[in-house]
Design a binder for this molecule. Structure first.
Ligand code: ADE
Length: 226
């Protein structure tokens, strides 16, 4: 899978890309990430990427004549122009079903905004898949892009060490459920004991306990999922 990130702050991704799971996936050639600085497409000598909104008001707006050529040129690189995602609080809400749709793509181009937003004509001309990671406003799309990359690469075949571990995650599969409670050693800590069924080695009983635990948690914490 190829991921192209278009941002005014490519340096924000350095630490994240160097992190263990993604770093290994990149080294193994399973995932390729390319960063582009939108500012490189600015046309004036001051490298201006934003301007004051027509009609007045606070903040700055990303310029259509910088962002559109940037996206078009990046998409022309490679045979597949890729699926264009714009990170914005106005987009459709990210959930595991959206992550699964994105993971099916060969190439995703992630467009990160800053300031007050994008000139509306960027939307009209590029018709991106607008995605929000939640009903709150971030300072820009970069953290949202990292959230998408993080969730998507888990579903790329062979990225996870244990082939099963993305299957039991909360929200994966047809019926979204919270994951069951997990325990590891020690068996007792500050008088809190691991449920005995998990120590018994009876796989059927363990599966049954986990299913019930998962259902109960979902009912108590996220009834909206049921
Ligand atoms: N940019 C600013 N806020 C955002 C959000 N909630 N989701 C995606 N991109 C954003």
């Amino acid at each position: 899978m190829r991921l192209d990130v278009l941002t005014l702050f490519p340096e924000m991704f350095a630490g994240y890309l160097g992190g263990s799971l993604l770093k290994r996936a990149i080294e193994r050639g399973l995932v390729e990430v390319r960063l582009y600085n939108i500012r490189d497409w600015a046309t004036d000598k001051h490298k201006t990427v934003d301007d004051r909104p027509f009609g007045g008001g606070p903040g700055m707006v990303l310029k259509v004549d910088t962002v559109v050529p940037c996206v078009e040129e990046v998409r022309r690189q490679g045979a597949d122009p890729g699926h264009l995602v714009m990170l914005t609080p106005q987009g459709r809400r990210l959930d595991q079903a959206v992550v699964e749709q994105l993971a099916a793509r060969e190439r995703i181009v992630l467009l990160c905004g800053r300031y007050e937003g994008f000139d509306e004509r960027i939307r009209l001309l590029l018709e991106p898949d607008e995605i929000s990671i939640g009903d709150f406003v971030l300072n820009g799309g970069e953290v949202a892009a990292m959230a998408i990359i993080d969730a998507v690469i888990r579903l790329v075949p062979d990225v996870l060490g244990d082939a099963q571990s993305s299957q039991v995650d909360s929200f994966s599969g047809g019926q979204p459920r919270l994951e069951f409670a997990q325990y590891t050693r020690p068996r007792v800590y500050r008088e809190l004991e691991v449920p005995p069924v998990l120590l018994g080695g009876n796989h059927e009983e363990i599966a049954c306990w986990r299913q019930q635990n998962s259902k109960r948690r979902t009912r108590l914490r996220r009834a909206d999922l049921l």
